[in-house]
Ligand binder design. Structure first.
Ligand SMILES: Nc1ncnc2c1ncn2[C@@H]1O[C@H](COP(=O)(O)OP(=O)(O)OP(=O)(O)O)[C@@H](O)[C@H]1O
Length: 336
């Protein structure tokens, strides 16, 4: 393992989630504070409302076309490498969260990133989205190194994510939450906004239409004016996806989107993820629910203790002794 690069202090990287994010007590209530990381368990957000089994399953509208407009970012052809994780190591003091991890995501695929608790999945997302700088190795996106780009710059390049612990703007409406995502690509500045210049008004109208389109796609159009914090848990999760899609990403990274869902909601989510891919997005999915992962992904990468232990199709991963051993906590020979 290369030891050449100095560790990046986690505190320096753990800045607020987005430049647009108002640091109010209310938003903090639904945010995962990366500087004071809670115990690493899959569904450890004590502040998020619990899933109410009585929640109705929201009808999504896969017929709505949410294909993003051209946002000026170079595209790669279907099936070519969109993002490459290149020999990435990340240390937090003595903890090696990622250990020489390499894999890639092809344009147009749904890639699963799985592994037991603490395997390094979320850390991998954090490296890909500029939250942390790797200790060694790097990320290539559209064939070019991401380097030390900041989170908002990476969002603009076309990588969007959701969070394991929901991070909505709790005191903003569903529509406003999505508009924040749309705003990431606005070209008009504060001057044209103050004077309400035609260009700004046009952009505002287009942004509103795009936000409503995404809310409709997610089955949340009837809840556009509700405060995010008043939405049922499942709707909050869908709203996070809508907000991420609003940034018109090429790569959508979903961190445990089914956490807390009941089986009917999980089935809907699988349908939704497939539809998102069919509409031209590439999806990277962290998920603990094996049925969901096996049912929806094209390929799977498996991490354990920060190392990649397997990569392959769902069928290959299902029968891989190292993966079985990692999940069952037994020696590899015993699992084969
Ligand atoms: N900010 C941090 N500071 C120190 N250690 C960290 C930090 N973030 C993650 N870690 C450690 O890095 C390792 C990988 O954590 P990570 O959250 O990436 O795992 P994970 O696979 O996403 O786990 P889970 O499925 O439980 O979410 C763990 O040992 C964790 O304790």
């Amino acid at each position: 393992m290369p030891e050449s690069t100095e560790p990046t202090p986690p505190a320096a990287a753990a800045e607020p989630t987005a430049a647009t994010e108002p640091a109010t007590a209310a938003t903090a209530a639904t945010r995962d504070d990366t500087t004071t990381r809670p115990e690493v368990t899959p569904h450890s957000d004590a502040t998020a409302p619990l899933a109410d089994p009585a929640d109705e399953v929201t009808e999504i509208h896969p017929d709505v076309d949410i294909t993003p407009d051209d946002i000026g970012v170079p595209e790669v052809a279907e099936g070519e490498k969109l993002l490459e994780v290149d020999d990435v190591t990340l240390r937090f003091g003595g903890v090696v969260a990622l250990n020489e991890v390499s894999f890639h995501i092809n344009k147009g695929e749904i890639l699963g990133l799985i592994g037991p608790n603490g395997a390094g999945k979320t850390t991998c997302f954090n490296v890909m989205t500029g939250v942390y700088q790797p200790t060694a190795g790097g990320i290539r996106y559209l064939g070019k190194p991401l380097g030390k780009r900041k989170k908002f710059q990476i969002t603009k390049l076309g990588i969007a994510r959701t969070f394991q612990n929901i991070r909505l703007f709790a005191n903003m409406t569903a529509l406003e939450n999505v508009l924040v995502g749309v705003d990431a690509h606005h070209r008009t500045g504060i001057g044209s906004a103050m004077f309400r210049l035609p260009r700004h008004r046009r952009e505002e109208a287009q942004g509103y239409a795009r936000a409503m389109e995404l809310l409709t796609f997610m089955g949340l159009d009837g809840k556009a004016d509700e405060l995010a914090r008043n939405l049922p848990y499942g709707d909050q999760r869908r709203l996070e996806i809508a907000r991420a899609l609003a940034t018109s990403p090429q790569l959508l990274c979903l961190d445990e989107p089914a956490a807390g869902f009941n089986p009917a909601e999980k089935a809907k989510l699988m349908e939704l993820i497939r539809t998102i891919r069919d509409q031209g997005y590439t999806v990277l999915l962290i998920e603990h629910d094996m049925k969901l992962v096996m049912g929806v992904t094209d390929r799977i990468v498996v991490l354990e203790f920060g190392r990649k232990i397997a990569e392959g199709t769902p069928a290959e991963i299902r029968d891989n002794p190292a993966v079985i051993a990692a999940y069952l906590g037994v020696d590899e020979e015993d699992a084969s």
